[in-house]
Design a protein around this ligand. Structure first.
Ligand SMILES: *Cc1c(COP(=O)(O)O)cnc(C)c1O
Length: 453
């Protein structure tokens, strides 16, 4: 019998093929050789699927090379209907923020240099004034993300002491953020009070002792509880903490800076509300409803924020200049709320009228039909995502692509500009709420590419 392995060409022979030599003119030879070895290895493992002709070998090697050159971190179109999708990078940045990043990235900057005095400055000054202005906080500090903010705050005020928290708030926010685990790592000893559904002021009162370092309140970002429930209002918790002489740390999360009730999104407090309830420190993310870069923003009492800044951990959790540039530019847009709603992409996407989405969907369906792709317009419901407005359903509009949903879904994810949609009842739905109008042409092109036979 023939051993199919004998039929495989050697790496050396393949490297001498014209098509493969052409690749080596563009890409380092070692990289091409790796692709050739991978092709031969795959053929050896699955001889029945091995390329037969020399053209097929070249095509296989070219494809392997292309995929090894393609970054794993790629831009995608978010057609999931979840606007702030943590797996898809949360908030897209405003043009002003992108420009600010480019400006600062290109050369040197005044990151830690005081241009007035010509001496060493602090990176902590760059966003603090705007954050104070926009939230009413006495002072502000920016770190890597909200999880880092919580660790830094707890470590500063409650290392080796007790942190009292309601059992109803020991929650998991994202795949890797569990409040009890994060709290334990900060050096604070967790003291749980109340029950999953009900916690009363007396539960907190009984837990307070000279060992208490902080009371912690965690915003229920990504879920709601209904029925026989009770929680202590933040204002009362702040008074309780004040009376006991310990800080109240409020893990607030969303970073919402504007009331979105005029657009039908009710029930989430703004950062200004959170600060006004009297928590000593309020912690939130930069890349959720604030619509900026990944960051953890700490707002609160000046003396406490200063203590956090002086904690050596702050050095390990600090943000870089690109983040500060983007955050500053994003915050600046909020000085004019109407401008923020227009120019912060997350806000623009959440507030655009469904009629506008429907008109875009109609135009896309006609455009696709002209190119032989069948889709229809479907009413849909989008969600905010990113741990905010957990029960809000925003009227939206989707393209339903005719044909094999699983195959199209895969092809769309494999395309030059990957599109991530969702399959419902066997139909692939591409929700337009998370797709900027300016991307419609590229969405259509991606759909045509995916549907090509
Ligand atoms: C999202 C969220 C976090 C985690 O924020 P990251 O910026 O992802 O670290 C923590 N707490 C709450 C309440 C949140 O909503």
């Amino acid at each position: 019998m023939n051993d199919p392995r004998r039929a495989l060409p050697s790496v050396h022979v393949l490297l001498e093929q014209d098509g493969v030599r052409a690749l080596a003119e563009r890409v380092p030879r070692g990289v091409v050789a790796d692709a050739v070895r991978a092709a031969v290895g795959a053929a050896r493992a699955a001889p029945e699927g091995a390329p037969m002709s020399s053209a097929a070998w070249v095509a296989d090697i070219t494809a392997r090379l292309a995929s090894s050159e393609r970054p794993t971190l790629q831009p995608v179109l978010n057609a999931t209907g979840v606007v702030l999708h943590t797996n898809l990078g949360r908030a897209p940045l405003a043009a002003a923020a992108i420009n600010a990043i480019a400006d600062v990235a290109r050369g040197f900057s005044s990151l830690e240099y005081d241009l007035t005095t010509g001496t060493r400055g602090s990176r902590h000054v760059h966003c603090a004034a705007l954050l104070r202005e926009l939230t009413g906080a006495e002072d502000a500090l920016v770190v890597n993300n909200c999880a880092a903010a919580l660790v830094l705050a707890l470590n500063t005020v409650a290392d080796g002491k007790e942190a009292v928290v309601s059992r109803g708030e020991l929650v998991e926010i994202g795949g890797s953020f569990r409040v009890p685990d994060i709290m334990a790592r900060s050096g604070a000893r967790l003291v749980e009070v109340g029950t999953t559904n009900r916690t009363h002021a007396d539960d907190f009162r009984r837990a307070l002792s000279p060992r208490t370092g902080a009371i912690v309140a965690v915003h229920r970002s990504n879920f709601t509880v209904e029925g026989f429930v009770a929680a202590v209002p933040l204002r009362d918790l702040a008074a309780l903490a004040d009376g006991a002489g310990v800080p109240l740390l409020h893990d607030f999360g969303s970073g919402l800076l504007l009331d979105l009730a005029p657009w039908g999104l009710h029930g989430e407090p703004t950062a200004r509300d959170a600060v006004a309830t009297g928590a000593s420190l309020v912690m939130m993310s930069g890349d959720k409803l604030l619509g900026g870069p990944q960051a953890g923003i700490i707002l609160g009492r000046a003396a406490l924020v200063d203590a956090l800044r002086r904690n050596p951990l702050a050095r390990a959790l600090r943000v870089d200049k690109l983040t500060l540039a983007a955050l500053h530019a994003t915050l600046q847009l909020y000085r004019e709320p109407a401008r923020a709603v227009r120019e912060v992409p997350a806000l623009a996407m959440l507030t655009v009228a469904v009629d506008v989405l429907r008109a875009r969907a109609d135009a896309l369906v006609a455009l696709l039909a002209a190119r032989g792709v069948t889709a229809r317009v479907m009413a849909s419901e989008a969600t905010v995502g990113g741990g905010a407005f957990p029960s809000a359903r925003i009227p939206s509009c989707a393209l339903a692509l005719a044909g094999d949903a699983t195959r199209h879904d895969r092809a769309l994810r494999d395309g030059a500009l990957p599109v991530v949609g969702r399959i419902a009842d066997g139909t692939l739905l591409l929700d337009l709420r998370g797709i900027p109008h300016a991307e419609d042409a590229r969405l259509a092109a991606a759909m045509c590419e995916a549907c090509a036979p």
